[in-house]
Design a binder for this molecule. Structure first.
Ligand code: BGC
Length: 569
């Protein structure tokens, strides 16, 4: 437990309070509820007798009861993901133009329109339109929530706050499952209208809350609104606008942004060809997001109830509910260790655990020596353990890493492209799964994999281990600005854990960029008060240090009154 707590310890020498930023970050995290609830609700709704009766267009199941055809099921489930992919792609132009906060409010508005259409729908086409529109809202939210969080959070708790976003996704999935269980026996359309309508409630609360939250200081700096950025940072850090620590943090964000812009423009082309190493970073983000989907999590999330039902498991609704509880509760260990273990280690441990579970499920199902009951128990147990590993690692950490690795100038664009790749794969899996596993051979194009589909997910989990080792840089405990320096100075991802930040972007701006990447050492700077260049060992014993320098003598005077304060966030 000690190691868990250490990851969350606010360093004693950090100026100001982190409480406002934490509260804002946690509140915004609840945007994940919309994402989770909307994607989760459909799982149970599709299995409801009243829904099938009201929406069936003549297709009958094996028992001769009205049902949805596999293509209708695929369409209903997958159009949300298609909408989200579009939403994710739109989020960058919107988020860069209107700001993260206003764009989030807009996205929630779009989500509500889609939610209302879904609730009123009496046939498949209207339901699909509603899901697509709600999906666009969810897609924008899925980019802008982690973006907003990472741009306003103090570095020592940034990862945990973004993990809280995943916690709300899982809470949303769980809430949908609970509501479905409470309503599925209702004899009327209320059985599915209540779960569909309820998603609007939190959306309204979130939009109202966002009206009074600050815009992120980094976005304001990007747009050149330095004073507004100062005010925002002052609210978030509970420091006076004239406080030296605040002036320093702002100056470093600004200098870093100027440095990034000096390396080249911030167009879509630059997210692949730009510097510093933008192509590698974009590839890392897209790869992580795609692999997160290819671990097979949404096969369980979207079709769990139907799949367990088909596998002869009794009470599939209850099993799905248990899976959702495990999914939510298991996010908490990830929240604890994301700072102390770091992103890389957590992702690798998670992928190993997931791979073992997936391969065991597939192997047991294929060997099939055991009776049906034993096979089902094995299936359920390993699905549960798999979910534990996913929820504690790849669920949250992928969002954390993709919100951290991009420089400010292209952060919204790169995040939007990487998140869109998550949704495109999500769409593919949502659409393709019924065909992959359908063992009834009723639909053309079905591959008849049954439980062997877990071999496929297991193989991708193994690939994920290698991907993290070779591509993912360790981003814990350093500021977003220092991540730029890391990509410039560390050439291999697996060496990134030992990286020690040493650049001050203000220094580089004021004394010139050094070709070698090492900022010039000015005798004058060495004479500055020692705390103006503060070293701070991180709380988990890593050797990373943070060094910043002041830019003018007035700041130096103020700094000399401060004592040992870490001015780097
Ligand atoms: C994924 C979703 C998934 C959820 C499950 C998220 O991180 O992006 O696709 O449904 O986790 O908890």
């Amino acid at each position: 437990m000690a190691v868990f707590a250490m990851g969350w310890h606010k360093p004693d020498n950090v100026a100001g309070s982190s409480a406002p930023a934490i509260m804002v970050g946690l509140f915004v995290a609840t945007g994940g509820l919309l994402f989770g609830y909307d994607t989760g609700a459909i799982n149970g709704i599709l299995a409801m007798a009243t829904f099938k009766q009201d929406f069936s267009t003549g297709f009958k199941d094996d028992a001769g009861q009205p049902a949805m055809s596999p293509s209708q099921v695929s369409l209903i489930v997958a159009m949300l993901s298609a909408g989200t992919a579009v939403g994710a792609l739109c989020s960058a132009p919107i988020g860069d133009r209107w700001g993260r906060r206003l764009s989030l409010i807009f996205a929630i508005g779009v989500f509500c329109i889609g939610g209302i259409l879904q609730t009123c729908a009496t046939n498949v086409p209207l339901l699909v339109v509603g899901r697509t529109i709600a999906g666009i809202g969810v897609g924008i939210v899925s980019v802008l929530v982690p973006l907003y969080q990472s741009e306003m959070a103090p570095k020592w708790i940034r990862g945990t706050l973004v993990c809280a976003y995943q916690l709300s996704i899982t809470a949303g999935l769980l809430a949908a499952s609970v509501v479905n269980i409470l309503t599925y026996r209702m004899p009327s359309a209320a059985a599915y209208r209540i779960p569909l309508g309820l998603q609007l409630t939190w959306a309204v609360v979130l939009a109202l809350g966002l009206l009074i939250l600050p815009e992120t200081p980094r976005y304001l700096i990007k747009r050149g609104f330095k004073e507004a950025a100062g005010l925002s940072l002052s609210r978030l850090r509970r420091l006076d606008i004239t406080h030296p620590a605040l002036i320093e943090e702002l100056a470093e964000i600004q200098a870093n942004h100027e440095y990034e812009m000096a390396l080249g423009p911030d167009t879509y082309k630059d997210i692949i060809f730009g510097e510093p190493h933008l192509g590698r970073r974009t590839l890392t983000g897209c790869g992580l997001q795609m692999l997160q989907q290819l671990t097979g999590v949404n096969f369980i999330m979207y079709y769990g109830t139907t799949f367990f039902n088909g596998a002869g498991v009794e009470n599939p609704f209850t099993i799905s509910l248990i899976i959702q509880v495990i999914n939510m509760v298991s996010t908490i260990p990830g929240l604890f260790v994301v700072e102390s273990w770091g992103r890389r280690r957590l992702l690798i441990v998670g992928a190993v655990g997931m791979a073992i579970c997936q391969l065991l499920i597939a192997a047991f199902a294929t060997a099939s020596g055991a009776d049906q009951w034993t096979q089902n128990i094995i299936l359920i147990i390993f699905v549960a353990v798999y979910i534990f590993f996913f929820a504690a690692s790849w669920g949250p950490v992928v969002w954390v890493v993709t919100s951290e690795i991009y420089p400010l100038k292209v952060r919204a664009k790169s995040m939007s492209v990487s998140t869109a790749s998550n949704w495109i794969l999500n769409f593919g899996i949502a659409y393709g799964s019924p065909y992959l596993v359908d063992t009834s051979n009723t639909s053309a194009g079905s591959v008849d994999l049954g439980s062997r589909v877990f071999f496929l997910w297991g193989a991708f989990c193994i690939l994920s281990i290698a991907f993290v080792w070779y591509m993912v840089y360790e981003t814990s405990k350093i500021s977003l600005e220092q991540i730029d320096e890391m990509y410039e100075r560390v050439d291999r991802a697996w060496k990134s854990r030992g990286f020690e930040p040493s650049w001050s972007f203000q220094q580089m701006r004021d004394f010139g960029f050094s070709e070698s990447g090492i900022p010039p050492v000015e005798p004058q700077l060495e004479l500055q008060p020692s705390h103006a260049s503060t070293s701070q060992s991180d709380t988990a014993g890593s050797s990373r240090t943070n060094t910043t320098s002041t830019t003018n003598s007035q700041d130096n005077k103020m700094l000399s009154q401060l004592g040992p304060v870490d001015l780097s966030y």
